[in-house]
Every structure is written in structure tokens, then in C-alpha cells.
Design a protein around this ligand. Structure first.
Ligand code: ITT
Length: 186
């Protein structure tokens, strides 16, 4: 059993399904935590994780995801949450021309034995020309992964979970957990 701190139920559901396939139970600590402003997701996540160490007992992890759009020089990146709740997907679509390359980056920070370990992964793709699909959340209706014809929101949840940024970062964390018996058996 390992704690996962997030206010976002979609993230919890996606990760819970990935972890249960490895027989690892995660406990959802539903809470919104403070995030500083910094240039990289790694720095932001590290800072939040350290602050939570004085609040949460035992091993826990959290996860930060950003959408980086190439022709916008990586924007919204660390400001993804703010951009999603302000201009949203329609606003993003209105900012783009011919070059629509983008990627998601997920950084997982694990607090274990007072240390912080980070695991990250990316998913490359393009921004669609219109919102498509009802599944998923956040930027899923406008993100088409490389090599796919559909947005993440048009895929069934299992398909997103097979190819996603979150999935690949979670697998790195799972590999780590499997090498630590104490985490495995807690
Ligand atoms: P917590 O920080 O409480 O975990 P959050 O929703 O604020 O939840 P993030 O800061 O990591 O999470 O997310 C930044 C934004 O990116 C937010 O608006 C999400 O909706 C969006 N997002 C995160 N993961 C996504 C995914 O897999 N697909 C589409 N959008 C995603």
C-alpha cells in the first residue's frame, strides 16, 4: 500500500488501474497542495513533495503533468493547470497555426525514507484542429498522440492508459517499488 496525493480523481483512477495490474494497492489522499512557480515541473514537484513530508506519514507520491506546445516555446508547461481553467482547450486552439507539435510530460515524486525520488516520462503528439471525444479530462480532447489518428479523449480509457505519459512514468515508479520490499509489503 502506498499513498497517492492528488485532488484530481481522473489521475487517481488512471493510476489505480495501472497499479492494480501489478497487484499494488494505492491509497488516495485527496488533497490540493501548494505549488510554487518555477521553470520546470521537476522543481515544482520536488518543492511540493518536500513540504508534504511534514504533513503525510509514511511513503507517498504525487504527480505533476504539463502540456508543452512546441510553437509556443513550451507554453503552457508548468502553467498548464491555470491555462486549462482559464482559456481552456478552445483558447489553446485559437493560439495555433500550422505547426501543432506538442508533448505531455509527467513527473512523479516519491517520498520514501525522507528522500525524494523522481520518475518522468513524455508523450509526443500534435494538437488537433478542434476538440474531439468525450473520454479523459483536461487537454485530452485536443491531443493526438504520435502515430494515432484519434485524440486521447476519443480513445477508450484502457488505450489511453496503455500509451500515456502517466503510464510510462508510473511503470518506472512500479519498478522502483518492486526493488524495495518494505514498500511492497507495507
Ligand atoms: P493535482 O495537482 O492535485 O494532482 P491537477 O489537476 O492540478 O491535480 P496537474 O497540475 O498535474 O494536476 O495538471 C495540470 C493540468 O494538466 C490540469 O489542468 C489537468 O487537467 C491537465 N492534465 C493533467 N494530466 C492530463 C492528461 O493525462 N490528459 C489531459 N490533461 C491532463
Amino acid at each position: 500500500m502506498i499513498k497517492f496525493v492528488t485532488s484530481n480523481e481522473h489521475k487517481y483512477r488512471e493510476l489505480n488501474s495501472i497499479f492494480s495490474a501489478h497487484d499494488i494497492e494505492i491509497e488516495w489522499v485527496k488533497m490540493k497542495y501548494e505549488e510554487i512557480q518555477a521553470d520546470t515541473t521537476e522543481e515544482i514537484s520536488l518543492d511540493s513533495c518536500r513540504k508534504l513530508q511534514s504533513v503525510i506519514e509514511g511513503a507517498f507520491f504525487m504527480e505533476d503533468t504539463g502540456l508543452y506546445i512546441s510553437p509556443l516555446k513550451g507554453f503552457p508547461g508548468p502553467y498548464s493547470s491555470y491555462v486549462n481553467s482559464t482559456i481552456g482547450n478552445k483558447g489553446i486552439l485559437s493560439l495555433l497555426g500550422v505547426d501543432r507539435r506538442a508533448h505531455f510530460q509527467t513527473v512523479i515524486s516519491l517520498s520514501y525514507g525522507r528522500k525524494v525520488y523522481q520518475f518522468s516520462s513524455t508523450l509526443r503528439g500534435t494538437i488537433s484542429t478542434e476538440e474531439r471525444g468525450e473520454n479523459g479530462f483536461g487537454f485530452d480532447p485536443v491531443f493526438i498522440p504520435e502515430g494515432e489518428g484519434f485524440t486521447l479523449a476519443e480513445m477508450d480509457p484502457e488505450r489511453k492508459n496503455t500509451i500515456s505519459h502517466r503510464r510510462k512514468a508510473a511503470e518506472k515508479l512500479i519498478d522502483f517499488i518492486k526493488t524495495r520490499n518494505e514498500l511492497n509489503n507495507e
